[in-house]
Every structure is written in structure tokens, then in C-alpha cells.
Design a protein around this ligand. Structure first.
Ligand code: FE2
Ligand code: FE2
Length: 256
């Protein structure tokens, strides 16, 4: 029996011994053989921390979910607001290409609103809009551009494109973040829907750049040159007017 016990003891010790030399080997390499033991103790202590961190991550998860829904409400308001702003921008634009771009993006925006409603549904939440101050500011800026620029000019179109691109960039940042959040929360369908909209916003941004680069910026620069020429001509006329003023006075006298 004793021998059997010894054998059993030896057997049970063997795996421990086997792992021990490995640690010792690595330890010897580092010339710090005693550090292997405290590591085991640290691992034991880490166990209760794990469940605490699990609870923490559950808190984080629900906080993240709340933030996700809040951000959805924000962009939902923004998109709805854009369905009112885009027709105004379309009417204010001069270039047919730009008018078409705004018209097409209005149709896309309406689809994007429906996609957001689908995401709300996935979350089991009612689709609610929460005022987005950033989008309100961006569309106000577009409105003041319309008021401050002349109708029918390429300069107004350039300014409208810039205003529209600021909107697109805001949307790209928002949808990029939302798609990432959906992935983190394990919401694959939501991620896909948000990703589709993200791509549309990126395409719109690129299209606006192309419209500006192809035609409108050049026209606006020419407009600027024309304006400078006109100003110079006006100056010349003013000088001529001064010279002629005496004659005009005489003519006026004749009329009377
Ligand atoms: Fe949008
Ligand atoms: Fe957009």
C-alpha cells in the first residue's frame, strides 16, 4: 500500500514537476527564478476581480446602449430637419447639376429616415427625435449663405456646396460612430443599416466635391474677375463723369 501511495503521490506530483521545470527554465533565462510563485497568487486574486469587471462591463453595456439610442434620436431629428432644408438649398442653387444633387439626396435622406426607424425597431424603442443643435447650426449657416449671396451666381453655388459638405461630414462622423457602436453592442442588422447610410453620405460628399471641382469653382472665379473688371470700369466712368460734369451742367441749362 505504501508503495502504491508513494507511486500515486509521485504520479500526482509529476505534472506539477513537469510544469515547474518549464517555469524554472524561463525563469533561469531571466535569472529571476522566484518570481514564478507570486504570479500564481496573483492569478488567484484576479478571479474575484473578473466577476466585478463583468458587472462593470454590464454597466458599460447598458450605458453604451443608452448612448446609442440617444445618438439615434439626435440623428433622427437631424435627418428630418434636412428634409426641410434640402428643398430650400435646391431652389437656391443655380447649376442644374447641383440642383439634381440636392434633389437626389433629399430622396436618399427620406430612405435614411426609414432606416433609422428600422434601427429603433431593432432596439425595441419608439422612434423619437431629439433636437440636434449641431444640425440646426449647420442649416442656419446654409440659410444665411442663401441670404448673403446673389441669386443666379456660381459663388452662391460654391457656398451652398461648402455648407452641404459640412452637413455631410457631420453625418459621416455620426453614422461612422453609430455603426461602430452597433458592432460593439453586437447588433449586426443595425450595423448594416447604419453602414448603408454612412456609404450614401460619403458618396454624396464626393459627388459635391466633383461638382465643385468640375465646373462651379471655375465659374465662381470668373465671376470674381468679371466683378473686378466691372469695378475698374465703374471707376473709369466715375472719372469721365467728373470731366464731363461741366458740359452736362451746360446741357442741362440748355434743356431748361
Ligand atoms: Fe443623411
Ligand atoms: Fe446627407
Amino acid at each position: 500500500m505504501k508503495t502504491a501511495k508513494k507511486a500515486a503521490a509521485k504520479k500526482s506530483k509529476t505534472p506539477a514537476k513537469k510544469s515547474a521545470p518549464r517555469k524554472a527554465a524561463t525563469a533561469t533565462k531571466r535569472a529571476m527564478p522566484k518570481k514564478a510563485a507570486p504570479k500564481k497568487a496573483a492569478a488567484k486574486k484576479a478571479a474575484p476581480k473578473k466577476s466585478a469587471s463583468r458587472m462593470q462591463s454590464m454597466d458599460d453595456q447598458s450605458m453604451l446602449r443608452e448612448f446609442f439610442i440617444d445618438s439615434l434620436k439626435d440623428i433622427y431629428w437631424a435627418e428630418k430637419h434636412l428634409t426641410k432644408a434640402l428643398p430650400k438649398m435646391q431652389r437656391a442653387a443655380t447649376s442644374e447639376e447641383l440642383k439634381t444633387a440636392f434633389e437626389e439626396h433629399l430622396a436618399q435622406t427620406e430612405e435614411q429616415i426609414q432606416r433609422l426607424e428600422q434601427v429603433f425597431e431593432i432596439m425595441g424603442e419608439p422612434a423619437k427625435a431629439k433636437k440636434c443643435d449641431a444640425m440646426e447650426g449647420l442649416t442656419k449657416e446654409a440659410q444665411s449663405i442663401i441670404e448673403e449671396t446673389e441669386k443666379g451666381t456660381a459663388t452662391r453655388d460654391v457656398a451652398l456646396i461648402m455648407a452641404a459638405q459640412k452637413v455631410e461630414h457631420y453625418e459621416i462622423a455620426t453614422y461612422g460612430g453609430l455603426a461602430q457602436l452597433a458592432a460593439t453592442l453586437g447588433l449586426e442588422d443595425a450595423k448594416e443599416l447604419l453602414g448603408m447610410t454612412l456609404q450614401e453620405e460619403k458618396d454624396t460628399d464626393e459627388n459635391l466635391t466633383a461638382i465643385a471641382e468640375n465646373d462651379i469653382n471655375i465659374q465662381a472665379a470668373e465671376e470674381d474677375e468679371d466683378e473686378e473688371d466691372e469695378e475698374e470700369e465703374e471707376d473709369d466712368e466715375d472719372m469721365e463723369d467728373d470731366e464731363d460734369s461741366d458740359d452736362e451742367d451746360e446741357e442741362e441749362d440748355d434743356d431748361m
